[in-house]
Design a protein around this ligand. Structure first.
Ligand SMILES: [Zn+2]
Ligand SMILES: [Zn+2]
Length: 465
């Protein structure tokens, strides 16, 4: 019997199998399986590498290759010359090499994670992985690769300060040269692509704002250029900040890039012409220049999500009040955000305890202490879960289903209705001594100004008169 891979037909089949593998990881595992597969790969290495690169990275591969081949030691000007002359980066005529793979894989992971996040926030809150169509995904990925490449070509260290005198060239000329390079990079894009790049940049900025809120470091409020600084370190670092719930990865990157200028970097209020309006100003200026050139031609920007099915149709409504506030709905995929835990923050509980206490309870020093002690050690998710599973839920609140969503307003009211019941249940579970109920329950006004009364009676209960 003929050995596998010996005949030309066998070899063709093996190559087809290799070409269809979805990732490089799968490819390198597969060629180790048998000598026949390894030989087939060795004889058709270029063809197989290209096919798997396309499967792994997707249709934004040409841009992914540009990014993968960028070397930080090559001056931006030289690299852009290479880009504009390099015919090998043409769609059908490129060759992926072994050296490209490590970078391609690393960047593809970042891009995929951003796409998941974008889809989750903008398209389908029910799924944490991307639900973008092939076309939407292609638009998104192209824009994100461009953003990554832009931050590589024009990094923070170069752009932070007005360029210093370089021999006989004046500062102004240097600045102009740098601005021209940026415009040149952007002018390779069609108008639609520039609009999509802008859309993705706004989305990245939305995430930076979110991190700023969670981190509560007020970086954005304290430095008007912070958003530009963050954009200049690139999407990979911003994603890390998002995952770490804080700006540490960003400050580390800046420290590495601009060792001479930090720590003043974030506090510096002097004019940094290449930092302010880091990307958005240049996109606008390229678009404006084009509009001026062809004033009769009206360009219709195609947003990433296109005109497809209405976003609202994909978004669930609040199961309690039916309102549709897509970005403030809590359910299966968003619960974790309510009890994020991070090394810096410990467990992130809901923002304000007093918002969730009923009646006069928030002003009762004795009960507030009890509640605080419990909340510090219990993630929000657990409290919510307990209310539903331990028979605390009041009948006016709907039962949960698999597709149960609740808006922030309803959730606040839900917690107001139940938090005191949950606290008292926890205290009973822990066999704490609980005083007799005050007749006026959480509405009692005496609990606020008579410490003795607050200590003698329990107010975590319903009023009976
Ligand atoms: Zn609601
Ligand atoms: Zn009382």
């Amino acid at each position: 019997m003929q050995k596998l891979g010996d005949s030309p037909i066998h070899a063709d089949v093996l190559i087809c199998i290799l070409r269809a593998l979805p990732t490089f990881e799968a490819l390198f595992a597969t060629i180790r399986v048998s000598k026949a597969l390894y030989t087939a790969y060795n004889h058709h290495r270029n063809e197989v590498l290209n096919a798997v690169a396309f499967n792994h990275v997707g249709s934004a591969l040409p841009l992914a290759l540009q990014l993968a081949r960028h070397n930080e030691h090559t001056p931006t000007e030289d690299y852009m010359m290479v880009l504009s002359n390099d015919e090998s980066l043409n769609y059908w005529d490129f060759q992926v090499t072994i050296e490209d793979i490590c970078h391609l894989v690393k960047h593809a992971k970042v891009v995929a994670e951003w796409e998941d996040l974008y889809s989750f926030r903008k398209k389908d809150i029910r799924r944490k992985t991307s639900r973008l169509t092939i076309l939407q995904s292609w638009r998104f990925q192209k824009a994100l690769y461009r953003l990554m490449l832009y931050s590589r070509l024009f990094p923070a260290d170069k752009t932070a300060y007005a360029i210093t005198k370089n021999g006989s060239v004046s500062v102004t000329t240097e600045l102009e040269r740098e601005c021209l390079l940026r415009k040149k990079f952007l002018s390779d894009c069609f108008n639609n692509e520039l609009n999509q790049l802008r859309e993705v940049t706004y989305f990245v900025m939305e995430i930076i704002k979110w991190v700023d809120n969670v981190d509560s470091s007020d970086m954005i409020a304290s430095n008007k250029e912070f958003m530009d600084i963050a954009l200049s370190v690139g999407p990979a670092t911003i994603l890390e900040c998002f995952q770490n719930l804080g700006f540490e990865p960003l400050t580390e990157t800046i420290n590495r890039l601009c060792a001479d200028t930090t720590p003043e970097f974030f506090e510096d209020n002097t004019s940094r012409p290449l930092l302010s309006g880091y990307l958005l100003d240049f996109i606008s200026s390229v678009l404006q220049a084009r509009d001026a050139e062809s004033s009769q031609h009206i360009s219709i920007p195609i947003p990433i999500l296109g005109i497809g099915p209405s976003m609202k149709a994909l978004y669930p409504r609040c199961s309690q009040c039916s309102s549709s506030s897509p970005f403030h709905l809590w359910g299966q995929t968003t619960w974790d955000y309510l009890s994020l835990s991070s090394q810096v923050l410990g467990t992130y509980l809901f923002p304000s305890l007093t918002t969730f206490l009923k009646g006069e309870l928030r002003n009762n020093p004795v009960e507030v202490k009890h509640v605080e002690a419990l909340l510090v050690k219990t993630p929000f998710k657990e409290i919510y879960q307990d209310i539903h599973t331990k028979n605390l839920k009041l009948s006016q609140w709907h039962d949960r289903s698999d597709d149960y969503w609740i808006c922030t307003l309803c959730l606040t009211n839900f917690m107001k209705d139940h938090l005191h019941l949950w606290v008292i249940m926890k205290r009973k579970e822990a066999n704490d001594q609980i005083a007799n109920d005050c007749w006026y329950g959480y509405n009692c006004r005496t609990q606020v100004h008579k410490l003795g009364h607050a200590q003698q009676l329990n107010h975590l209960c319903e009023p009976t008169r």
